[in-house]
Design a binder for this molecule. Structure first.
Ligand code: C2O
Length: 543
């Protein structure tokens, strides 16, 4: 477990060849996926970010709580202004309670498609994993590859208001794998010794795809998720949403041979076109054995198998004895949110490619989030007026049958706003996410910055205030930073607001984020000396 306390991240273009063609992509240090950051729990790491690209950029440390220090959290126009081409920002990463696998990624436009990498957090010195020490550890990073320039894909769908183009491949560690054209020579290979145990540090860095993943003839034993340990869960496949990370043990206990590992998309969204292709990598046992020509593909649930997806998500259990803090029992702040895909009418004189000639939008409680021109954190800290307003609605503005098949058309149009939810320091928040069937429902992987939360319940259909809370798991809920809210269903999370600052919450499907499915929490300072926001670093980028 070698770790270092300072990294230089040079954001720059590099030429990469995939799917029979070569293009320039944005990278960190020319690497795709980008460099791994490793640390021990409790460490402080500095990353010097140099923007040598041609667009503004910011970098975010996904799942790192950054206690009292949102200044270097990264989301563009939320906690900082972007780093302009030619400029530099020294970002401090404070590892406090997280342990296991997290990741970092760009947090402006769609550059995270290629600008991302794993974060590995080892236990504190003299502490051990809550499972037998693996023989070796291997990052497995899922991504998506577009043959086209990602900046063009992004600007095009922003211009037309339609759906973004699908990616042309799903990738494992940057490689599409054997089932795609011109890809065999690069296919990721994991060499193992029979009888040994491997820790897979799995990251879903894909832009818009929840994925199923499995390995032929092998089980995976999940031992951690989102930088927190879990009770061991042994399965023949896993499901993982964009934003989520999973630590899983792989026992190399089969006949020495070659086996495929494979991932493909899960999507419950009926009308949403998606990538139905499969990415593969090879698990290869070391030793001498007769080579086989084509190893069989592993079992993967069907692309729209919602049961299979939620059977996995719903089976994750926390490991209370390793929890940093106990499960909050009595909520002081109740928040109910609706998550909707919406539309705006097409402006006169334009052609729009959303449903029936509209523009796509998305909202939380019918508020379509509009980015401000300077970041909300600085506006809050320096009392700059007119950047955002308080009073984001903490209940849906209308009561409707959220999951009915046909919903009134007038519900489809959201209100624009840059509004924040203000929380008192120490509030115990219980937040219900309710997916709606507007413009056809779909699952939403909801992510909160600055916190891990307990997922105490989820279900299908409309949330029932009287009955559903009776079923909450307050014993061993998983502690996550991204929860998948089922299509036309709901999920409830709890967290204690003890990290002051400005923290973004959003859907981690990139197109939904781009369409405005996001809001911010402003958590006020507490009274204690260690309950207040730290001062900004001297080199905050200027707008
Ligand atoms: Cu993975 Cu707002 O981030």
């Amino acid at each position: 477990s070698k770790t270092q306390h300072q990294y230089n991240f040079v954001v720059k273009e590099a030429r990469y060849t995939r799917l029979c063609s070569t293009k320039s992509i944005l990278t960190v240090n020319g690497e795709f996926p980008g460099p791994v950051i490793s640390a021990h729990q409790g460490d402080t790491v500095y990353v010097n970010v140099y923007n040598r690209g041609t667009h503004n950029i910011t970098l975010h440390w996904h799942g790192v709580k950054q206690p009292r220090n949102p200044w270097t959290d990264g989301p563009e126009y939320i906690t900082q202004c972007p780093i302009k081409p030619g400029e530099k920002f020294r970002q401090k990463i404070l590892f406090s309670r997280e342990e296991g696998t997290l990741w970092w990624h760009a947090h402006s436009d769609w550059s995270r498609a290629t600008v991302h990498g794993a974060i590995i957090i080892y236990p504190r010195k003299h502490r051990t994993y809550p499972f037998p020490r693996p023989y070796a550890e291997v990052p497995i990073i899922f991504g998506e590859w577009w043959k086209n320039d990602v900046w063009k894909v992004y600007t095009e769908f922003r211009r037309t208001g339609g759906s973004p183009n699908n990616s042309d491949a799903i990738t494992i560690n940057g490689q599409p794998g054997d089932l795609y054209p011109c890809s065999n020579s690069g296919t990721f290979k994991l060499n193992v010794d029979q009888g040994k145990t491997y820790l897979l540090r799995i990251v879903n860095a894909a832009m818009n795809l929840i994925l199923f993943f499995s390995i032929s003839k092998h089980n995976l034993t999940v031992v951690g998720a989102d930088g927190c340990y879990t009770k061991p869960l042994t399965r023949d496949y896993i499901a993982i949403s964009p934003g989520q990370t999973i630590d899983a043990l792989l026992y190399a206990n089969q006949e020495p041979d070659q086996y495929y590992m494979a991932a493909r998309a899960y999507s419950s969204g009926a009308a949403v076109p998606f990538d139905n292709t499969t990415t593969t990598a090879i698990l290869q046992y070391n030793g001498n054995y007769p080579p086989i020509s084509s190893p069989p593909l592993p079992y993967l649930p069907y692309y729209n198998d919602t049961q299979a997806a939620f059977n996995f998500f719903g089976s994750l259990r926390g490991l209370p004895k390793r929890y940093p803090k106990s499960i909050p029992f009595n909520a002081t702040t109740h928040i109910e949110t609706t998550l909707s895909v919406n539309t705006f009418p097409c402006p006169k004189g334009q052609t729009c490619e959303g449903p029936n000639g509209t523009r796509f939008a998305a909202s939380i409680n019918n508020i379509n989030f509009v980015a401000s021109s300077i970041d909300i954190l600085e506006a809050y800290y320096y009392h700059i007026k007119g950047v955002y307003s308080k009073g984001f609605p903490i209940f849906p503005p209308f009561l409707f049958n959220f999951t009915a098949q046909y919903l009134p058309l007038e519900l489809q149009i959201p209100k624009k706003g840059t509004k924040a939810i203000v929380l008192k320091y120490g509030s115990v928040v219980e937040l219900v996410f309710q997916g709606t069937n507007l413009v056809g429902g779909i699952d939403h992987p909801m992510h909160l910055h600055g916190y891990s939360f307990h997922v105490v319940g989820y279900g299908f259909g409309n949330f029932n205030k009287a009955k559903d809370p009776l079923q909450y798991n307050l014993l061993d809920p998983p502690l996550l930073n991204t929860v998948v809210v089922p299509k036309n269903g709901w999920a409830t999370i709890r967290f204690k607001a003890t990290n002051p600052g400005v923290w973004l919450m959003h859907c981690h499907l990139e197109r939904h984020l781009s369409w405005g499915m996001e809001t911010v929490f402003i958590v006020k300072n507490g009274k204690g000396w260690n309950e207040t926001l730290l001062p900004p670093p001297p080199d905050m980028p200027r707008c």
